[in-house]
Design a protein around this ligand. Structure first.
Ligand code: SPV
Ligand code: MN
Length: 630
Protein backbone atom coordinates (compact mmCIF):
# COMPACT_ATOMS: atom_id res chain seq x y z
CA UNK A 1 0.00 0.00 0.00
CA UNK A 2 1.32 3.41 -0.82
CA UNK A 3 1.01 6.22 1.73
CA UNK A 4 -0.01 8.99 -0.60
CA UNK A 5 -2.87 8.28 -2.96
CA UNK A 6 -1.48 6.56 -6.02
CA UNK A 7 0.05 3.39 -7.38
CA UNK A 8 2.70 1.46 -5.61
CA UNK A 9 5.43 0.47 -8.08
CA UNK A 10 8.34 -1.83 -7.35
CA UNK A 11 10.62 0.09 -4.96
CA UNK A 12 13.80 -1.52 -6.23
CA UNK A 13 13.04 -0.44 -9.75
CA UNK A 14 12.72 3.18 -8.64
CA UNK A 15 15.74 3.07 -6.37
CA UNK A 16 17.84 1.61 -9.21
CA UNK A 17 17.85 5.10 -10.75
CA UNK A 18 20.08 6.32 -7.95
CA UNK A 19 23.74 5.63 -7.12
CA UNK A 20 24.27 2.10 -6.00
CA UNK A 21 26.30 3.02 -2.95
CA UNK A 22 23.45 5.11 -1.54
CA UNK A 23 20.81 2.50 -2.31
CA UNK A 24 22.90 -0.16 -0.63
CA UNK A 25 23.03 1.91 2.52
CA UNK A 26 19.25 1.91 2.53
CA UNK A 27 18.96 -1.80 1.75
CA UNK A 28 21.26 -2.56 4.66
CA UNK A 29 18.21 -1.81 6.78
CA UNK A 30 16.04 -4.88 6.31
CA UNK A 31 12.69 -3.09 6.34
CA UNK A 32 10.57 -3.28 3.21
CA UNK A 33 8.15 -0.66 4.36
CA UNK A 34 11.05 1.77 4.59
CA UNK A 35 12.29 0.87 1.11
CA UNK A 36 8.80 1.46 -0.22
CA UNK A 37 8.45 4.80 1.59
CA UNK A 38 11.74 6.14 0.26
CA UNK A 39 10.98 4.88 -3.24
CA UNK A 40 7.50 6.37 -3.19
CA UNK A 41 8.72 9.82 -2.21
CA UNK A 42 11.52 9.62 -4.78
CA UNK A 43 9.06 8.60 -7.48
CA UNK A 44 6.81 11.51 -6.57
CA UNK A 45 9.35 14.28 -5.89
CA UNK A 46 11.84 13.19 -8.57
CA UNK A 47 15.12 14.21 -6.94
CA UNK A 48 18.15 14.01 -9.20
CA UNK A 49 20.28 12.44 -6.51
CA UNK A 50 20.00 10.56 -3.27
CA UNK A 51 22.00 10.64 -0.06
CA UNK A 52 21.44 8.10 2.69
CA UNK A 53 22.94 9.23 6.00
CA UNK A 54 24.67 6.52 8.02
CA UNK A 55 25.49 8.76 10.96
CA UNK A 56 29.24 8.38 10.38
CA UNK A 57 31.43 11.42 11.05
CA UNK A 58 32.08 11.64 7.28
CA UNK A 59 28.35 11.74 6.57
CA UNK A 60 27.76 14.39 9.21
CA UNK A 61 30.49 16.47 7.65
CA UNK A 62 29.03 15.92 4.19
CA UNK A 63 25.62 17.24 5.34
CA UNK A 64 27.19 20.33 6.88
CA UNK A 65 29.19 20.96 3.75
CA UNK A 66 26.13 20.56 1.53
CA UNK A 67 24.21 23.11 3.63
CA UNK A 68 27.03 25.59 3.00
CA UNK A 69 27.43 24.73 -0.69
CA UNK A 70 23.72 25.16 -1.26
CA UNK A 71 23.82 28.42 0.74
CA UNK A 72 21.14 27.19 3.10
CA UNK A 73 23.74 28.13 5.68
CA UNK A 74 26.38 30.83 5.45
CA UNK A 75 29.80 30.67 7.04
CA UNK A 76 30.74 33.02 9.86
CA UNK A 77 34.19 33.83 11.11
CA UNK A 78 34.21 30.75 13.32
CA UNK A 79 34.34 27.56 11.23
CA UNK A 80 31.87 25.76 13.54
CA UNK A 81 29.30 28.57 13.53
CA UNK A 82 26.94 28.90 10.57
CA UNK A 83 23.96 31.14 9.89
CA UNK A 84 20.65 30.19 8.32
CA UNK A 85 17.91 32.55 7.10
CA UNK A 86 14.30 31.48 6.70
CA UNK A 87 13.12 34.51 4.78
CA UNK A 88 10.89 37.29 6.08
CA UNK A 89 7.63 35.42 5.47
CA UNK A 90 8.74 32.10 6.92
CA UNK A 91 10.02 32.95 10.37
CA UNK A 92 7.75 30.97 12.62
CA UNK A 93 5.41 28.05 12.91
CA UNK A 94 2.46 28.44 10.58
CA UNK A 95 -0.55 27.68 12.76
CA UNK A 96 -3.19 28.24 10.11
CA UNK A 97 -1.63 25.83 7.63
CA UNK A 98 -0.64 23.18 10.13
CA UNK A 99 -3.36 20.58 10.23
CA UNK A 100 -4.04 17.23 11.76
CA UNK A 101 -5.36 14.80 9.16
CA UNK A 102 -8.43 13.01 10.45
CA UNK A 103 -10.33 10.27 8.67
CA UNK A 104 -13.68 11.57 7.50
CA UNK A 105 -12.67 15.14 8.40
CA UNK A 106 -14.17 14.76 11.89
CA UNK A 107 -13.81 17.91 13.99
CA UNK A 108 -11.65 17.87 17.12
CA UNK A 109 -12.24 20.69 19.63
CA UNK A 110 -9.58 23.44 19.38
CA UNK A 111 -7.54 21.40 16.88
CA UNK A 112 -7.04 22.47 13.27
CA UNK A 113 -8.07 19.36 11.34
CA UNK A 114 -8.53 18.38 7.72
CA UNK A 115 -10.06 15.38 6.00
CA UNK A 116 -7.27 12.84 5.76
CA UNK A 117 -7.82 11.75 2.17
CA UNK A 118 -8.10 15.32 0.94
CA UNK A 119 -4.96 16.33 2.85
CA UNK A 120 -2.90 13.42 1.51
CA UNK A 121 -4.07 14.16 -2.03
CA UNK A 122 -3.10 17.79 -1.61
CA UNK A 123 0.43 17.04 -0.38
CA UNK A 124 0.93 14.39 -3.05
CA UNK A 125 0.19 17.08 -5.61
CA UNK A 126 2.54 19.58 -3.93
CA UNK A 127 5.32 16.99 -3.83
CA UNK A 128 5.12 16.21 -7.54
CA UNK A 129 8.52 16.90 -9.08
CA UNK A 130 9.35 19.24 -6.19
CA UNK A 131 12.89 17.89 -5.81
CA UNK A 132 13.80 17.95 -9.49
CA UNK A 133 17.45 18.91 -9.84
CA UNK A 134 17.96 18.50 -6.09
CA UNK A 135 19.37 15.92 -3.77
CA UNK A 136 17.05 13.98 -1.50
CA UNK A 137 18.49 13.20 1.90
CA UNK A 138 17.31 10.29 4.01
CA UNK A 139 18.32 10.28 7.67
CA UNK A 140 17.50 8.12 10.70
CA UNK A 141 17.13 9.31 14.27
CA UNK A 142 16.22 8.13 17.72
CA UNK A 143 13.60 10.07 19.65
CA UNK A 144 15.05 9.16 23.03
CA UNK A 145 18.13 7.36 24.38
CA UNK A 146 19.52 4.24 22.76
CA UNK A 147 18.04 0.98 24.00
CA UNK A 148 15.28 2.66 25.98
CA UNK A 149 11.64 1.61 26.38
CA UNK A 150 10.74 5.28 25.82
CA UNK A 151 12.44 5.67 22.50
CA UNK A 152 10.62 6.20 19.23
CA UNK A 153 12.24 6.04 15.80
CA UNK A 154 12.16 8.64 13.07
CA UNK A 155 13.02 8.76 9.38
CA UNK A 156 13.52 12.16 7.81
CA UNK A 157 13.24 12.59 4.07
CA UNK A 158 14.03 16.10 2.88
CA UNK A 159 15.80 18.10 0.20
CA UNK A 160 17.19 20.48 2.84
CA UNK A 161 20.68 19.89 4.17
CA UNK A 162 19.92 22.51 6.85
CA UNK A 163 17.09 20.35 8.19
CA UNK A 164 19.36 17.29 8.43
CA UNK A 165 22.23 19.34 9.84
CA UNK A 166 19.85 20.62 12.54
CA UNK A 167 18.72 17.09 13.30
CA UNK A 168 22.31 15.90 13.50
CA UNK A 169 22.78 18.40 16.34
CA UNK A 170 19.40 17.92 18.00
CA UNK A 171 18.92 14.12 17.93
CA UNK A 172 20.81 10.90 18.32
CA UNK A 173 21.55 9.20 15.05
CA UNK A 174 19.57 6.00 14.50
CA UNK A 175 21.07 4.40 11.41
CA UNK A 176 22.83 1.60 13.30
CA UNK A 177 19.74 0.89 15.38
CA UNK A 178 17.66 0.69 12.21
CA UNK A 179 20.21 -1.59 10.56
CA UNK A 180 20.26 -3.88 13.59
CA UNK A 181 16.56 -3.98 14.40
CA UNK A 182 15.45 -3.73 10.79
CA UNK A 183 11.98 -5.06 10.14
CA UNK A 184 10.89 -4.79 13.76
CA UNK A 185 11.03 -1.03 13.79
CA UNK A 186 7.90 1.04 13.73
CA UNK A 187 8.96 4.53 12.71
CA UNK A 188 7.61 8.02 12.29
CA UNK A 189 8.10 9.28 8.76
CA UNK A 190 8.80 12.98 8.17
CA UNK A 191 8.67 14.18 4.59
CA UNK A 192 9.80 17.71 3.85
CA UNK A 193 10.37 19.59 0.61
CA UNK A 194 11.67 23.15 0.56
CA UNK A 195 9.78 24.04 -2.63
CA UNK A 196 10.63 26.80 -5.08
CA UNK A 197 13.16 29.40 -3.92
CA UNK A 198 13.65 33.01 -4.91
CA UNK A 199 16.97 34.73 -5.59
CA UNK A 200 17.56 35.21 -1.84
CA UNK A 201 17.15 31.52 -1.16
CA UNK A 202 13.77 32.09 0.55
CA UNK A 203 10.65 30.08 -0.15
CA UNK A 204 8.85 31.67 -3.06
CA UNK A 205 5.42 30.12 -2.53
CA UNK A 206 4.77 30.55 1.17
CA UNK A 207 1.06 30.83 0.45
CA UNK A 208 1.31 27.16 -0.53
CA UNK A 209 3.06 26.30 2.73
CA UNK A 210 1.53 23.16 4.22
CA UNK A 211 2.36 21.24 7.38
CA UNK A 212 0.18 18.16 7.61
CA UNK A 213 0.28 15.63 10.41
CA UNK A 214 -1.09 12.17 9.70
CA UNK A 215 -1.32 10.37 13.05
CA UNK A 216 -2.99 7.35 11.50
CA UNK A 217 -0.11 6.89 9.04
CA UNK A 218 2.47 7.92 11.69
CA UNK A 219 3.78 10.43 9.16
CA UNK A 220 4.06 14.16 8.57
CA UNK A 221 4.47 16.22 5.41
CA UNK A 222 5.68 19.79 5.08
CA UNK A 223 6.24 21.79 1.92
CA UNK A 224 7.19 25.34 0.90
CA UNK A 225 8.81 26.22 4.20
CA UNK A 226 12.23 26.26 5.85
CA UNK A 227 11.55 27.37 9.44
CA UNK A 228 12.68 24.52 11.69
CA UNK A 229 9.43 24.41 13.68
CA UNK A 230 7.71 23.50 10.40
CA UNK A 231 10.41 21.31 8.87
CA UNK A 232 12.57 19.54 11.44
CA UNK A 233 10.46 16.42 11.74
CA UNK A 234 11.63 15.27 15.14
CA UNK A 235 10.87 18.62 16.77
CA UNK A 236 7.22 19.64 16.86
CA UNK A 237 5.94 17.34 14.11
CA UNK A 238 7.00 14.24 16.04
CA UNK A 239 5.52 15.72 19.21
CA UNK A 240 2.03 15.55 17.72
CA UNK A 241 2.53 11.95 16.60
CA UNK A 242 3.91 11.08 20.03
CA UNK A 243 0.99 12.69 21.87
CA UNK A 244 -1.38 10.66 19.72
CA UNK A 245 0.48 7.41 20.35
CA UNK A 246 0.77 8.16 24.05
CA UNK A 247 -2.94 8.86 24.28
CA UNK A 248 -3.68 5.40 22.90
CA UNK A 249 -1.08 3.65 25.03
CA UNK A 250 -1.41 5.56 28.29
CA UNK A 251 1.81 7.60 28.48
CA UNK A 252 2.63 11.27 28.11
CA UNK A 253 4.49 13.21 25.44
CA UNK A 254 4.90 16.69 26.85
CA UNK A 255 6.08 20.14 25.81
CA UNK A 256 8.17 20.31 28.97
CA UNK A 257 11.69 20.79 30.22
CA UNK A 258 13.26 18.24 32.55
CA UNK A 259 15.57 19.56 35.27
CA UNK A 260 17.26 18.42 38.45
CA UNK A 261 16.98 20.45 41.65
CA UNK A 262 19.36 19.76 44.52
CA UNK A 263 18.09 19.54 48.09
CA UNK A 264 19.58 18.97 51.54
CA UNK A 265 22.22 16.25 51.84
CA UNK A 266 23.07 16.33 48.14
CA UNK A 267 19.82 14.69 47.04
CA UNK A 268 18.45 15.56 43.62
CA UNK A 269 14.80 15.76 42.59
CA UNK A 270 13.65 15.94 38.99
CA UNK A 271 10.90 18.25 37.78
CA UNK A 272 9.23 18.54 34.41
CA UNK A 273 7.85 21.95 33.47
CA UNK A 274 5.44 23.32 30.89
CA UNK A 275 5.39 27.03 30.05
CA UNK A 276 3.87 28.79 27.04
CA UNK A 277 6.33 30.80 24.94
CA UNK A 278 7.78 33.82 26.71
CA UNK A 279 6.98 32.64 30.23
CA UNK A 280 10.42 31.65 31.48
CA UNK A 281 10.75 28.01 30.43
CA UNK A 282 14.35 28.09 29.23
CA UNK A 283 15.30 30.50 32.01
CA UNK A 284 13.90 28.10 34.62
CA UNK A 285 15.74 25.18 33.04
CA UNK A 286 19.00 27.11 33.11
CA UNK A 287 18.61 28.30 36.70
CA UNK A 288 18.03 24.75 38.00
CA UNK A 289 20.96 22.64 39.18
CA UNK A 290 21.04 20.18 36.29
CA UNK A 291 19.41 20.09 32.87
CA UNK A 292 18.07 16.97 31.18
CA UNK A 293 16.12 18.84 28.54
CA UNK A 294 14.72 22.26 27.73
CA UNK A 295 11.71 21.57 25.50
CA UNK A 296 10.33 18.03 25.33
CA UNK A 297 9.69 15.14 27.69
CA UNK A 298 8.39 11.62 27.28
CA UNK A 299 6.90 10.41 30.55
CA UNK A 300 6.03 6.80 31.26
CA UNK A 301 5.12 4.66 34.19
CA UNK A 302 7.91 2.23 35.05
CA UNK A 303 7.42 0.02 38.09
CA UNK A 304 4.89 2.39 39.57
CA UNK A 305 7.02 5.50 39.10
CA UNK A 306 6.66 8.35 36.62
CA UNK A 307 9.91 8.56 34.68
CA UNK A 308 10.96 10.97 31.99
CA UNK A 309 13.42 11.11 29.13
CA UNK A 310 14.32 13.96 26.85
CA UNK A 311 13.86 12.73 23.27
CA UNK A 312 16.40 15.35 22.16
CA UNK A 313 20.07 16.03 22.78
CA UNK A 314 20.08 19.60 21.58
CA UNK A 315 18.34 22.92 21.94
CA UNK A 316 16.57 25.02 19.35
CA UNK A 317 16.31 28.04 21.58
CA UNK A 318 15.27 31.66 21.27
CA UNK A 319 18.38 33.81 21.09
CA UNK A 320 16.65 37.19 21.35
CA UNK A 321 17.90 38.97 24.47
CA UNK A 322 20.33 36.20 25.44
CA UNK A 323 22.98 38.20 27.28
CA UNK A 324 25.99 37.47 29.50
CA UNK A 325 24.30 38.75 32.69
CA UNK A 326 20.94 36.96 32.55
CA UNK A 327 21.99 33.86 30.62
CA UNK A 328 25.68 33.31 31.33
CA UNK A 329 25.60 29.61 30.51
CA UNK A 330 23.86 29.86 27.13
CA UNK A 331 25.92 32.91 26.28
CA UNK A 332 29.12 31.06 27.00
CA UNK A 333 28.12 28.12 24.81
CA UNK A 334 27.01 30.34 21.92
CA UNK A 335 30.25 32.25 21.89
CA UNK A 336 32.46 29.18 22.25
CA UNK A 337 34.20 28.71 18.88
CA UNK A 338 34.52 24.98 19.65
CA UNK A 339 30.75 24.44 19.90
CA UNK A 340 28.94 23.68 16.66
CA UNK A 341 26.11 26.20 16.39
CA UNK A 342 23.57 27.05 13.70
CA UNK A 343 22.29 30.57 14.25
CA UNK A 344 19.05 31.40 12.49
CA UNK A 345 17.68 34.81 11.63
CA UNK A 346 20.40 36.69 13.49
CA UNK A 347 22.57 39.40 11.93
CA UNK A 348 25.66 38.21 10.05
CA UNK A 349 27.97 41.18 9.71
CA UNK A 350 30.32 41.85 6.83
CA UNK A 351 33.19 40.90 9.12
CA UNK A 352 31.59 37.47 9.63
CA UNK A 353 30.44 38.16 13.17
CA UNK A 354 27.10 36.97 14.45
CA UNK A 355 25.03 39.54 16.36
CA UNK A 356 21.64 39.40 18.04
CA UNK A 357 19.71 41.72 20.35
CA UNK A 358 21.26 41.27 23.76
CA UNK A 359 24.78 40.58 22.56
CA UNK A 360 27.13 43.27 23.82
CA UNK A 361 28.41 45.68 21.20
CA UNK A 362 26.65 47.51 18.40
CA UNK A 363 25.13 45.82 15.35
CA UNK A 364 27.03 46.53 12.13
CA UNK A 365 26.23 46.32 8.48
CA UNK A 366 25.54 42.82 7.18
CA UNK A 367 22.82 40.35 6.27
CA UNK A 368 19.71 39.56 8.27
CA UNK A 369 16.33 37.86 7.88
CA UNK A 370 15.14 40.59 5.51
CA UNK A 371 18.25 40.76 3.30
CA UNK A 372 21.11 43.27 3.45
CA UNK A 373 20.91 45.27 6.66
CA UNK A 374 22.47 48.50 7.92
CA UNK A 375 21.78 50.54 11.05
CA UNK A 376 18.60 52.55 10.50
CA UNK A 377 17.28 50.47 7.58
CA UNK A 378 13.52 50.93 7.15
CA UNK A 379 10.92 48.55 5.77
CA UNK A 380 8.28 49.47 3.18
CA UNK A 381 6.04 50.92 5.86
CA UNK A 382 8.86 53.12 7.09
CA UNK A 383 9.46 51.13 10.25
CA UNK A 384 12.96 50.36 11.39
CA UNK A 385 14.02 46.76 10.68
CA UNK A 386 15.62 45.29 13.78
CA UNK A 387 19.05 43.73 13.20
CA UNK A 388 17.95 40.33 14.50
CA UNK A 389 14.46 38.85 14.51
CA UNK A 390 12.54 38.26 17.80
CA UNK A 391 12.27 34.58 16.80
CA UNK A 392 15.97 34.33 15.92
CA UNK A 393 17.28 31.06 17.34
CA UNK A 394 20.29 28.91 18.04
CA UNK A 395 20.69 25.20 17.43
CA UNK A 396 23.29 23.57 19.64
CA UNK A 397 23.99 20.28 21.39
CA UNK A 398 23.15 20.07 25.11
CA UNK A 399 26.47 18.31 25.58
CA UNK A 400 28.15 21.71 25.81
CA UNK A 401 26.16 22.68 28.91
CA UNK A 402 28.17 22.65 32.12
CA UNK A 403 24.95 21.75 33.98
CA UNK A 404 24.06 18.84 31.73
CA UNK A 405 22.56 16.09 33.89
CA UNK A 406 24.72 12.94 33.86
CA UNK A 407 21.56 10.88 33.30
CA UNK A 408 20.75 12.45 29.93
CA UNK A 409 21.35 9.10 28.18
CA UNK A 410 19.86 6.84 30.85
CA UNK A 411 17.52 4.43 29.04
CA UNK A 412 15.22 4.42 32.07
CA UNK A 413 15.10 8.21 32.28
CA UNK A 414 14.85 10.08 35.57
CA UNK A 415 12.14 9.75 38.23
CA UNK A 416 9.80 12.73 38.15
CA UNK A 417 8.97 14.25 41.55
CA UNK A 418 6.92 17.17 40.28
CA UNK A 419 5.13 18.57 37.28
CA UNK A 420 5.37 22.37 37.12
CA UNK A 421 3.06 24.62 35.11
CA UNK A 422 3.75 28.30 34.56
CA UNK A 423 2.07 31.08 32.66
CA UNK A 424 2.33 34.85 32.30
CA UNK A 425 -0.29 36.14 34.69
CA UNK A 426 -0.25 39.68 36.06
CA UNK A 427 -3.19 39.32 38.36
CA UNK A 428 -4.11 35.98 39.89
CA UNK A 429 -1.66 33.14 40.44
CA UNK A 430 0.92 33.48 43.24
CA UNK A 431 4.62 33.01 42.36
CA UNK A 432 4.51 29.40 43.49
CA UNK A 433 1.75 27.14 44.71
CA UNK A 434 1.38 23.42 45.26
CA UNK A 435 -1.78 21.65 44.16
CA UNK A 436 -3.70 19.60 46.75
CA UNK A 437 -3.10 16.44 44.74
CA UNK A 438 -2.43 15.24 41.20
CA UNK A 439 -6.00 15.59 39.92
CA UNK A 440 -6.37 19.05 41.42
CA UNK A 441 -3.07 20.11 39.86
CA UNK A 442 -3.90 18.70 36.44
CA UNK A 443 -7.27 20.47 36.45
CA UNK A 444 -6.40 23.83 37.98
CA UNK A 445 -2.77 24.25 36.91
CA UNK A 446 -2.06 22.18 33.75
CA UNK A 447 -5.43 22.15 32.02
CA UNK A 448 -6.11 25.74 33.15
CA UNK A 449 -2.87 27.22 31.88
CA UNK A 450 -3.22 30.61 30.24
CA UNK A 451 -0.76 33.21 29.13
CA UNK A 452 -1.00 36.92 28.54
CA UNK A 453 -0.17 38.37 25.17
CA UNK A 454 2.94 40.49 25.24
CA UNK A 455 3.47 43.64 23.21
CA UNK A 456 5.28 41.58 20.60
CA UNK A 457 2.13 39.73 19.57
CA UNK A 458 -0.87 41.16 17.77
CA UNK A 459 -3.95 41.71 19.87
CA UNK A 460 -4.62 43.58 23.06
CA UNK A 461 -1.72 43.53 25.47
CA UNK A 462 -2.71 41.71 28.59
CA UNK A 463 -5.37 39.68 26.83
CA UNK A 464 -5.04 36.07 27.85
CA UNK A 465 -4.65 33.05 25.64
CA UNK A 466 -5.74 29.62 26.75
CA UNK A 467 -2.82 27.22 26.40
CA UNK A 468 -3.47 24.02 28.39
CA UNK A 469 -0.28 22.22 29.38
CA UNK A 470 1.50 24.78 27.11
CA UNK A 471 0.86 22.30 24.34
CA UNK A 472 -2.25 23.59 22.58
CA UNK A 473 -0.40 24.26 19.31
CA UNK A 474 0.83 20.69 19.24
CA UNK A 475 -2.28 18.74 20.22
CA UNK A 476 -3.69 16.21 17.77
CA UNK A 477 -6.47 15.42 20.28
CA UNK A 478 -8.83 17.64 22.22
CA UNK A 479 -7.56 19.36 25.40
CA UNK A 480 -10.32 17.49 27.25
CA UNK A 481 -8.89 14.18 26.06
CA UNK A 482 -5.36 15.28 26.97
CA UNK A 483 -6.50 16.15 30.52
CA UNK A 484 -8.26 12.79 30.79
CA UNK A 485 -5.01 11.07 29.75
CA UNK A 486 -3.23 12.76 32.67
CA UNK A 487 -5.86 11.60 35.15
CA UNK A 488 -5.64 8.09 33.71
CA UNK A 489 -1.83 8.10 33.72
CA UNK A 490 -1.54 8.68 37.46
CA UNK A 491 -3.90 5.83 38.34
CA UNK A 492 -1.05 3.47 37.43
CA UNK A 493 1.46 5.15 39.70
CA UNK A 494 2.49 4.04 43.12
CA UNK A 495 4.37 7.30 43.65
CA UNK A 496 2.41 10.18 42.22
CA UNK A 497 4.36 13.38 41.40
CA UNK A 498 3.34 16.62 43.04
CA UNK A 499 1.95 19.35 40.84
CA UNK A 500 2.90 23.04 41.15
CA UNK A 501 1.85 26.23 39.48
CA UNK A 502 4.35 29.06 39.13
CA UNK A 503 3.96 32.61 37.91
CA UNK A 504 6.93 34.92 37.44
CA UNK A 505 4.81 37.80 36.22
CA UNK A 506 2.53 38.70 39.11
CA UNK A 507 2.22 42.44 39.60
CA UNK A 508 1.68 44.39 42.78
CA UNK A 509 -0.94 47.04 43.47
CA UNK A 510 1.43 49.58 41.89
CA UNK A 511 1.52 47.60 38.64
CA UNK A 512 5.15 46.54 39.04
CA UNK A 513 6.41 42.97 38.87
CA UNK A 514 6.70 41.59 42.38
CA UNK A 515 9.45 39.04 41.73
CA UNK A 516 12.90 39.40 40.24
CA UNK A 517 14.24 37.09 37.55
CA UNK A 518 16.59 35.25 39.89
CA UNK A 519 13.81 34.54 42.42
CA UNK A 520 12.96 31.50 40.28
CA UNK A 521 15.67 29.66 42.12
CA UNK A 522 13.89 30.14 45.44
CA UNK A 523 10.62 28.81 44.05
CA UNK A 524 12.46 25.74 42.70
CA UNK A 525 14.14 25.09 46.04
CA UNK A 526 10.85 25.48 47.93
CA UNK A 527 9.16 22.98 45.62
CA UNK A 528 12.03 20.58 46.19
CA UNK A 529 11.56 20.82 49.96
CA UNK A 530 7.80 20.25 49.60
CA UNK A 531 8.40 17.15 47.50
CA UNK A 532 10.17 15.67 50.51
CA UNK A 533 7.77 17.05 53.12
CA UNK A 534 10.59 19.12 54.67
CA UNK A 535 8.58 22.30 55.09
CA UNK A 536 5.00 23.17 55.98
CA UNK A 537 2.64 25.13 53.80
CA UNK A 538 -0.34 27.45 54.11
CA UNK A 539 -3.57 26.13 52.71
CA UNK A 540 -5.61 28.45 50.48
CA UNK A 541 -8.68 27.69 48.33
CA UNK A 542 -6.41 27.25 45.29
CA UNK A 543 -3.57 25.22 46.78
CA UNK A 544 -0.71 25.39 49.25
CA UNK A 545 1.64 28.33 49.40
CA UNK A 546 4.93 28.77 51.30
CA UNK A 547 5.14 29.75 54.94
CA UNK A 548 6.82 33.16 55.30
CA UNK A 549 9.70 31.99 57.45
CA UNK A 550 10.73 29.23 55.00
CA UNK A 551 10.92 31.70 52.15
CA UNK A 552 12.81 34.21 54.24
CA UNK A 553 15.47 31.57 54.89
CA UNK A 554 15.58 30.42 51.27
CA UNK A 555 15.96 33.98 49.94
CA UNK A 556 18.77 34.53 52.39
CA UNK A 557 20.54 31.26 51.61
CA UNK A 558 20.07 31.12 47.83
CA UNK A 559 20.29 34.78 46.90
CA UNK A 560 21.60 36.59 49.97
CA UNK A 561 18.48 38.71 49.78
CA UNK A 562 16.16 40.04 52.41
CA UNK A 563 12.57 39.05 51.96
CA UNK A 564 10.05 41.23 53.75
CA UNK A 565 6.73 40.22 55.28
CA UNK A 566 5.11 42.97 53.25
CA UNK A 567 6.37 41.55 49.95
CA UNK A 568 5.37 38.04 51.00
CA UNK A 569 1.88 39.22 51.81
CA UNK A 570 1.44 40.94 48.48
CA UNK A 571 2.81 37.98 46.55
CA UNK A 572 0.80 35.30 48.27
CA UNK A 573 -2.48 37.02 49.08
CA UNK A 574 -5.42 35.09 47.66
CA UNK A 575 -6.73 37.45 44.98
CA UNK A 576 -10.24 36.14 44.84
CA UNK A 577 -11.88 38.20 42.06
CA UNK A 578 -8.89 37.57 39.77
CA UNK A 579 -8.78 33.86 40.58
CA UNK A 580 -12.51 33.56 39.94
CA UNK A 581 -12.28 35.40 36.62
CA UNK A 582 -9.58 33.01 35.48
CA UNK A 583 -11.51 29.99 36.62
CA UNK A 584 -14.65 31.10 34.83
CA UNK A 585 -12.81 31.68 31.56
CA UNK A 586 -11.28 28.24 31.65
CA UNK A 587 -14.44 26.51 32.80
CA UNK A 588 -16.39 28.10 29.95
CA UNK A 589 -13.93 26.59 27.47
CA UNK A 590 -14.06 23.09 28.91
CA UNK A 591 -17.84 23.20 29.22
CA UNK A 592 -17.98 23.61 25.45
CA UNK A 593 -15.62 20.68 24.77
CA UNK A 594 -17.73 17.50 24.57
CA UNK A 595 -15.04 15.14 25.83
CA UNK A 596 -13.97 17.17 28.86
CA UNK A 597 -13.71 14.69 31.73
CA UNK A 598 -16.45 15.28 34.33
CA UNK A 599 -13.74 15.13 37.00
CA UNK A 600 -12.06 18.18 35.47
CA UNK A 601 -15.26 20.23 35.51
CA UNK A 602 -16.03 19.13 39.05
CA UNK A 603 -12.59 20.13 40.38
CA UNK A 604 -12.77 23.54 38.70
CA UNK A 605 -16.28 24.17 40.07
CA UNK A 606 -15.28 23.12 43.58
CA UNK A 607 -12.40 25.55 43.50
CA UNK A 608 -14.85 28.30 42.57
CA UNK A 609 -17.01 27.37 45.53
CA UNK A 610 -14.07 27.48 47.94
CA UNK A 611 -13.02 30.89 46.65
CA UNK A 612 -16.53 32.30 47.05
CA UNK A 613 -16.82 30.96 50.57
CA UNK A 614 -13.58 32.60 51.57
CA UNK A 615 -14.63 35.87 49.96
CA UNK A 616 -17.88 35.84 51.92
CA UNK A 617 -15.86 35.38 55.09
CA UNK A 618 -12.90 37.72 54.51
CA UNK A 619 -13.31 39.88 51.43
CA UNK A 620 -11.57 40.11 48.06
CA UNK A 621 -7.89 39.83 48.97
CA UNK A 622 -6.93 37.51 51.78
CA UNK A 623 -3.51 37.65 53.38
CA UNK A 624 -1.61 34.38 53.70
CA UNK A 625 -0.89 35.30 57.33
CA UNK A 626 -4.62 35.16 57.99
CA UNK A 627 -4.74 31.61 56.62
CA UNK A 628 -1.67 30.29 58.42
CA UNK A 629 -3.16 27.86 60.92
CA UNK A 630 0.06 26.70 62.56
C1 SPV B 1 8.30 26.47 20.45
O1 SPV B 1 7.77 27.38 19.78
O2 SPV B 1 7.73 25.97 21.42
C2 SPV B 1 9.62 25.96 20.10
C3 SPV B 1 10.18 26.31 18.80
O3 SPV B 1 10.21 25.24 20.84
S1 SPV B 1 9.43 25.45 17.53
O4 SPV B 1 10.29 24.37 17.12
O5 SPV B 1 9.25 26.40 16.44
O6 SPV B 1 8.16 24.93 17.96
MN1 MN C 1 8.91 24.44 22.37
Amino acid sequence: MSRLAGRSPDPLEILARYPREQVERLLRIPNERLHRDVAEIAELAKPSSLFVHTGSPEDREYVRRRALERREELPSKHPKHTVHFDGPRDLARDKANTRILVAGGREVPLVNTLDRDAGLREVAKLLEGVMEGREMLVAFYLYGPLGSPFTLYGVQITDSAYVVHSEDILYRNGYSAFAERGGGIEYMLFVHATGALDENGWCREVEKRRVYIDPEGNATYSVNTQYAGNTVGLKKLALRLAVYKGFREGWLAEHMFIVGVKGPGGRISYFTGAFPAGCGKTATAMIADTVVGDDLALVRELEGEARAVNPEVGMFGIIDDVNPEDDPEIYRVLTDPEAEVIFSNVLLTEEGDVWWRGKPGEPRKGLNYAGPWWPGKLDEQGREIPPSHPNARFTVSVRHLAKLDPRIDDPLGVPVSAFVFGGRDSTAWPPVEEAFDWDHGIATKGAALESERTAAVLGKVGEVEFNPFAILDFLPISPGAFAELHFRFARRLRKVPKVFGVNYFLRGRDGKYLAEKRDKRVWLKWMELRVHGDVDAVETPTGRVPVYEDLRQLFDRELGKEFSERLYEEMFAVRIPQQLAKLERVLAIYERIPDSPPLLLEILREQGKRLKELRAERGDWVSPFALDKR
